[in-house]
Design a binder for this molecule. Structure first.
Ligand SMILES: [Zn+2]
Length: 607
C-alpha cells in the first residue's frame, strides 16, 4: 500500500483526526516565497541551559507579502531514523518591523509566515533540548550540544544552495566549538549552503578542548564533562589518531577537511555510538567506557568523512530533509566503513592481526545469529527497525561483503589492485563531480579493479547482496590464506555471579535451578578453583569454560573456602550451547595467498 492510498482510505472512513505521514498536508510542489540574507542567532546562556532550551532567531529579507514556508528537518543525515525536530519547538513567533506577523502550521513540520510587504522578517522560537541523542540538542547547567538540523529552518522548495551566518550568544568564559567557518565577528560562523550548515555539531559552554596535528591537519578533541578525559586518556586518543588517520587518508590520498573535530560526551545514561559529519564526529559513550577501546568508534566515524559524507550512493545525493531517504546501499556506506575502520586499526598498529580476524569473526557471528537477510533489504529497513533484528545487519554483513570483495580483487589482480581502488576511483569519478554512485558504477569499478568481466560480480550481487545466500567464506577466504571455522560449543555454566578479588571468586548471587545451587555451593563461598583451573582473575572463567567445553564428564570438582574450611564439592556439568566462529591465518597457505593476506593487513599493493 502506498502512502497516497492510505491517505484516501483514511479520508473515506473519516479518520480526520489522525496524523498522516510525511508531506500529506502540504500540496505537492509547495514552494516558499524566496528569502535572502539568512541569519540565525542562537541564545545558549546559563538561563537557557538550565531551562533545557536553546533560543533561536532566524532573520531574512523578503521581496513582498507572498507567504514564506519554513520547515525543520525530519532527520539528520547518517542517523537513518525519523526524529521530527519540529516536535521540539515551542513559543514560535514571527514579526516584521517590530509588529507581529500572521503565521500558522502548513503541515506538522512546516510553518507558514505571511509578511506585510518587502523588508526583514524575524522568526523566533525555543528549542527543547532535554534528550541525549547523538543527533539531538541537549543541555546541562553549563553545557549545550546541538546540530543544525535541530534548529535551522529552511524555506521549502527553494533548494539548499544558499549561504547563511550563525551567531551564538553565550556567557563570558564559555567556549563555542564547531566545524563551521569562523566569521568576521567573534561568535559568528558562516556556511555557503544548507547541507554544510546543518552538518556541523556545536559544543557551547564549559568543556575541555585539545588538539593534535596529524597528516597535515589539526584534529581537535572536545569532551564533556570537563576532566572526564584524563591526560592519559587524551594522550591515548591522540596516539590512536596518529596511527589511524594516515591509514584512512592513504585510501583516498587526500584529507578533504580543513580540520576535524571529535565531539565526545560521556555520561552514565547515553544512547551510545557516534554520528559522522563532514569534518567531525559526535560520539556518546558511557562514563564506564572511557578506558575502553574507543579507537574502533573513532576509526569508523572518521572513515565516513570520505565514505558517505562525500562518496555516497546516488539515492542519497542530494540529501532531502523532509522525509525518509531510503537506499539499498547502506551496506557500503556503513558496512564497508566498518571494514575499513578495522583495517585502519590493524594497518596502523592499534590492533594486531588476530584482533582484526576476531572482528571479522564477530561480524560473522552476528550474521549467523540472525535470519538470512539480503544486504539491500537490511539497508531499506534501517528507517523502521525491523522486529526480526535484521535491520542493522548491513553493518556486520556489509563489512564482510567488503572484506570478501577486497580479497577477490586482490586475488584476481595478483595483488596489484584492491577495494581501495574502487573507493578512491568512485570518490574521484562521482563525488568530485558533484554526484553519487549508481549500482552499475559500483560493480563496474569492482570488476575493473579485479581486471575481470562484470558478469561474476553481477552474480555476486544477485546472490549475496540482493539475495539471501550465505556469503561465500569457504571459497574466498583461502585466497588470502585464511580460514573460517564455525562450530557449536557446549560450555558449562554454574548459574552464579561472582566478584573476583585476591585470587578467589566470591559468590554474590545464585540462580535457583543452576548447577552451583544444585551442588550446594552458597552465596558467600569463595571459589579457589573450578575443574582444576585456579581462579586468579576474570579470565580464569574463560579458561575453565575452554577446559570443560563439550565435556562428556557428568561433574567437575570445585574447591571453595567456606568460613575457615576448604571444601571440594562435585558440581554437575550443565552445558549451554552457543555458536563459535574463528577466523585464522592458515600457516600452510600457498605463497600467493600468504602474500595477499600480508598485503591486505598492511595496505600494500604490488606495483
Ligand atoms: Zn557509521
Amino acid at each position: 500500500m502506498t502512502r497516497a492510498a492510505l491517505a484516501s482510505i483514511l479520508a473515506v472512513v473519516g479518520l480526520t483526526g489522525m496524523t498522516l505521514p510525511a508531506r500529506a498536508q502540504l500540496p505537492p510542489g509547495a514552494r516558499s516565497a524566496p528569502v535572502a540574507d539568512v541569519r540565525y542567532e542562537l541564545t545558549v546562556d546559563s538561563a537557557a541551559a538550565a531551562a533545557r532550551q536553546i533560543g533561536v532567531t532566524m532573520t531574512f529579507r523578503v521581496r513582498d507579502s507572498a507567504p514564506v514556508l519554513l520547515a525543520l528537518p525530519a532527520w539528520s543525515p547518517g542517523h537513518y531514523v525519523l526524529l521530527w525536530f519540529a516536535s521540539r519547538v515551542t513559543g514560535f513567533a514571527a514579526e516584521q518591523d517590530g509588529a507581529p506577523l500572521a503565521w500558522g502550521k502548513a503541515d506538522h513540520q512546516t510553518w507558514r509566515v505571511v509578511p506585510r510587504g518587502p523588508g526583514e522578517v524575524r522568526v523566533t522560537f525555543q528549542y527543547l533540548a532535554n534528550t541525549i541523542d547523538r543527533a539531538t540538542a541537549w543541555t546541562q547547567p553549563s553545557f549545550a550540544f546541538f546540530l543544525g538540523t535541530n534548529l535551522f529552518l529552511y524555506p521549502v522548495g527553494r533548494g539548499f544552495l544558499w549561504p547563511a551566518t550563525v551567531t551564538v550568544r553565550t556567557e563570558p568564559g564559555w567556549r563555542v566549538t564547531t566545524g563551521m567557518m569562523p566569521g568576521a565577528d567573534p561568535g559568528t560562523f558562516t556556511a555557503t549552503n544548507y547541507h554544510d550548515l546543518v552538518d556541523m555539531p556545536f559544543f557551547v559552554g564549559r568543556f575541555d578542548l585539545d588538539s593534535v596535528s596529524v597528516a597535515d591537519r589539526w584534529f581537535r578533541l572536545a569532551w564533556w564533562p570537563a576532566g572526564s578525559l584524563t591526560p592519559a586518556r587524551r594522550d591515548r586518543t591522540f596516539e590512536w589518531l596518529r596511527k589511524i588517520v594516515p591509514q584512512e587518508v592513504a585510501v583516498f590520498q587526500e584529507a578533504p577537511f580543513r580540520n576535524y573535530t571529535i565531539f565526545l560526551v560521556s555520561d552514565t545514561v547515553v544512547n551510545g555510538g557516534g554520528l559522522e559529519h563532514q569534518s567531525g564526529q559526535m560520539d556518546e559513550v558511557g562514563s564506564n567506557q572511557l578506558d575502553g577501546q574507543l579507537s574502533g568508534l573513532y576509526a569508523h566515524e572518521l572513515f565516513h568523512a570520505w565514505n558517505v559524507k562525500r562518496l555516497r550512493p546516488a539515492d542519497l545525493v542530494p540529501y532531502r530533509y523532509d522525509d525518509i531517504q531510503p537506499t539499498k546501499w547502506l551496506w557500503v556506506s556503513e558496512g564497508v566503513t566498518d571494514y575499513y575502520g578495522g583495517l585502519a586499526q590493524v594497518r596502523g598498529g592499534v590492533m594486531d592481526s588476530a584482533g582484526f580476524f576476531n572482528a571479522m569473526a564477530g561480524a560473522a557471528l552476528s550474521v549467523f545469529s540472525e535470519p538470512p537477510t539480503a544486504l539491500s533489504d537490511a539497508s531499506l529497513s534501517s528507517w523502521i527497525g525491523s522486529a526480526d533484528g535484521s535491520s542493522g545487519l548491513y553493518y556486520p554483513k556489509g563489512a564482510l561483503a567488503g572484506f570478501l570483495l577486497d580479497v577477490m580483487i586482490r586475488d584476481a589482480s595478483d595483488g596489484r589492485h584492491s577495494l581501495d581502488d574502487v573507493m578512491r576511483g568512485l570518490y574521484r569519478t562521482t563525488y568530485k563531480r558533484g554526484r553519487g554512485f549508481t549500482p552499475d558504477e559500483w560493480w563496474t569499478a569492482v570488476a575493473r579493479a579485479a581486471g575481470k568481466p562484470l558478469a561474476p560480480f553481477r552474480e555476486f550481487a544477485r546472490r549475496f547482496v540482493d539475495g539471501r545466500e550465505p556469503l561465500p567464506f569457504d571459497s574466498v577466504l583461502p585466497l588470502a590464506g585464511l580460514r573460517m571455522d564455525v562450530d557449536t560449543v557446549g560450555e558449562p555454566r554454574l548459574g552464579i555471579t561472582t566478584e573476583v578479588d585476591s585470587g578467589e571468586a566470591l559468590i554474590t548471587s545464585e540462580s535457583a535451578p543452576g548447577a552451583a545451587a544444585e551442588a550446594g555451593l552458597r552465596v558467600g563461598d569463595r571459589i579457589v578453583s573450578l575443574g582444576g583451573v585456579p581462579l586468579v582473575d576474570e579470565t580464569s572463567f574463560d579458561a575453565f569454560r575452554a577446559r570443560w567445553a563439550n565435556t562428556a564428564e557428568p561433574s567437575f570438582p570445585a574447591v571453595v573456602r567456606r568460613g575457615g574450611a576448604v571444601l571440594t564439592i562435585q558440581v554437575p556439568v550443565r552445558l549451554f550451547f552457543r555458536l563459535r566462529v574463528d577466523v585464522t591465518a592458515d600457516a600452510s597457505a600457498p605463497a600467493k595467498a600468504a602474500r595477499i593476506r600480508h598485503d591486505l593487513l598492511t595496505g600494500t599493493v604490488e606495483r
